[in-house]
Write a protein that binds this ligand. Sequence first.
Ligand code: GLN
Length: 472
Amino acid sequence: MIKETIEKLEKGETSARELVTHYQDQIKKKDSELNAYRETFDDAFEVAEEIDKKIKHGDTPRALEGIPFAIKDNILIKGKMSGASSKILEGYTASYDATAIKKLREEGAIFLGRTNCDEFAMGSSTENSAYGPTKNPADVTRVPGGSSGGSAAAVAADMALAALGSDTGGSIRQPAAFCGAVGLKPTYGAVSRSGLIAMASSLDQIGPITKSVEDAEIIFNVIRGRDELDSTSLPRQGGASGGLASKIIGVPREYFSLVEGGKEGLDEDVAKKFSEAIDFLKNKGFEIKEVSLPSVRYALAAYYIVMPAEVSANLSRFDGVRYGPREDGKNLFDVYARTRERGFGPEVQRRIILGTYVLSAGYYDAYYARAQKVRYLIRKDFENEFKNVDLLLTPVSPHPAFKIGEKISNPLSMYLEDIYTVPINLAGVPAISVPFGTVSKEGKELPVGVQLIAPWFEESRLFEVGKLLENK
Ligand code: GLN
């Protein structure tokens, strides 16, 4: 935990060097099996030494002094390779720091390495990485979730104290839930996207994956804020903690009918855990109210139009000319085509094709324009219900971590994994995934998370109630 670690540093009970050694030892011991890291950074020790000097000198520790981080492979760190776990970016070295990285660095963070993810953050299992799947530390036959599976596994297996991930439709929250970590998807615009390799720009947000809600809060407070390099970023705003006026939490009815009876239905044990979370909060004096978000039943359909449309535009820059390896061809077009065919994996290609289709003349109105209207309705649904409740509570995912290989050949069943998380990205509201115990499957204890959703810029409410839930 961040606070305790910094206290120890200050008292001289540990050193940044010792911390880096500890995590590197853990990585050496565990990561050949888990494959959470794509690369570890040798210069972590140099940074640690500088920090130790400062502390010896009596400098007051900064907010993240000496805290060792794992960084998702789609967030740029100056001078380090960054590849979004795609072959098309193999060998690409970042020429600048993402704004979130710059802010972490300024507060004393140490970067241990970059973590495996689904290629260009597209997926829910980390199996779409071009560099092999990451395994779930709780059961290595299962996926860690995705797309920030490497970051979540690194934190859960004690191979980093904290991590950054990115979340376009659930990629921070779902892997956090599968691995037993905390994952925060901030309000759209709260954290700069500068230096995040774009997937779908109107949905992407960078956020922390941590061992505790308090750690997520500390990191969020460091990385948030307006940034000139991202025109969609907004100044710090939102209520202070203690902002829960009425203590009313809504549970959206549609979240259950979405999966009821269907093949992809909510797992019984996960449902039981969710009821326990409701009872727990009732005992803490919260009123739990059933609410309705009628348009969320169309969220997944709208997401799988809006997202690929933006993906097809964002990924057009990877043509072998500006970044990464280049294939030879008869002419320029042939170079582009061969490079993209070789460089992109099947899921990325599927989404590019889908995206160009929904944006093409003749189909634009039927698909893209309609999906945008649905998105507006979803946003309105959240706005309406947040007039009556402080927060919403839902499961993070319909199941605990599934088996490696179980869903990879069926994209639709993989997409259904996102049913509880994508409405939040479409609306732009913040949400946190908090571990809430485990369920037993085939003799293994698998972590389960619950999701709290707040109105725009009310992250402080997520932290307040999240802290109660994690300490149940
Ligand atoms: N699993 C979702 C998808 O495949 C979300 C990905 C993300 O949030 N980056 O699109």
